[in-house]
Ligand binder design. Sequence first.
Ligand code: ADP
Ligand code: MG
Length: 396
Amino acid sequence: MAGRGNNSPAIGIDLGTTYSCVAVWKHNRVEIIPNDQGNRTTPSSVAFADSERIIGDGAKNQVALNPANTIFGAKRLIGRRFSDSKVQQDIKLLPFKVIKGSSGTPKIVVTYKGQEKFLAEEISAMILGKMKETAEAYLGKVVKYAVITVPAYFDDSQPRATKRAGTIAGLDVIRMIDEPTAAAVAYGLDNKSDIVGKKNVLVFDLGGGTFDVSVMTIDKRGVLEVKAVAGDTHLGGDDFDNRMVDHCAMEFKRRCDKDLTGNQQAMGRLRFTSDKAKWILSYANRTSIELDGLYEGIDFSMKFTRAKFEDLNMGSFNKCIDILETCLNDANMKKSCVDQVILVGGSTRIPKVQHMVQEFFDGRELCNSVNPDEAVAYGAAVIAAKVKCGDILLDA
Ligand code: ADP
Ligand code: MG
């Protein structure tokens, strides 16, 4: 690895289904790199508008105006065949067009400079390119090397396609690593010298569109191994947003006897505002949703409490706990044998989710000192620095 000991930094990228995050080892610690909007995570969305291409926050912000040309969730398609039953299920839910490409791979169709078709990895490359640019603006130099993370359940072709996306983005991908391993590294679990025998780690990752649980072991050399994975590919923050939107739409109907659910722009504005309100409810007990001229010129204003939010989503939260139990059963492990529980994914910022996981593990302390939506990129940055410098951590 000494050959990589040149001046070009190595970054860690968590390429998420809904949000991505980039981090770097600098000043003897990991720094999460904010994007040009000042945000520490960037929506994994790409929008095509006439001759303009928008990546990240700008793309997500205009989705209500241009749903057919705003691409998100490319990670659901990457490295899969068009005939894959998962792809077939997913494309039914996507607001943009996906067709079968000549070699049997899915192709995303957008109206851009006429019309264009993109492979999922080409869309992912645009997002990776944005993360690379974000890092370059922050570090003030060209970034060449990257560690990119992928879910533990990805088979061979998905990481390979993700790596190709990195290459298209102009990155030299020095390592692909699975997300739960990166999260464990963020907590330094790979370099504990005090491990006697094996340690068991559970990673609970509730993100924007997906839920993943992994049971891992760490041996005394610090080698991490994923033992069992379980999850739901359609369970996460998007569902919580949708429930808030539905609730508001119902309230609007009750008050004004008007159905706004068919109006894309009103629904889009409601979704945007609900997402923000959801974040506030992770630290405050109440908030309000205020939208001027939401539908047919009628203003909408409504109080939203944390209790109401929890009530609307309790079914999903319970489902997470059921899946957690399944994963432990699959790994043949009693919950009392789990040494560390790591919370990952933006949706684990929700206090009720934290309480329920903690309660399940009989009140044990959870690893949540690293921001959950940054933990995977954090671990990836540590690994990137180590791989580049042959296990010695050097500044980027
Ligand atoms: P991904 O699932 O793509 O890996 P993340 O782990 O970043 O992405 O999770 C994104 C989800 O986390 C989004 O649904 C977002 O709304 C949600 N989220 C982020 N911050 C908070 C918060 N403070 N409270 C509740 N949900 C949040
Ligand atoms: Mg994630």
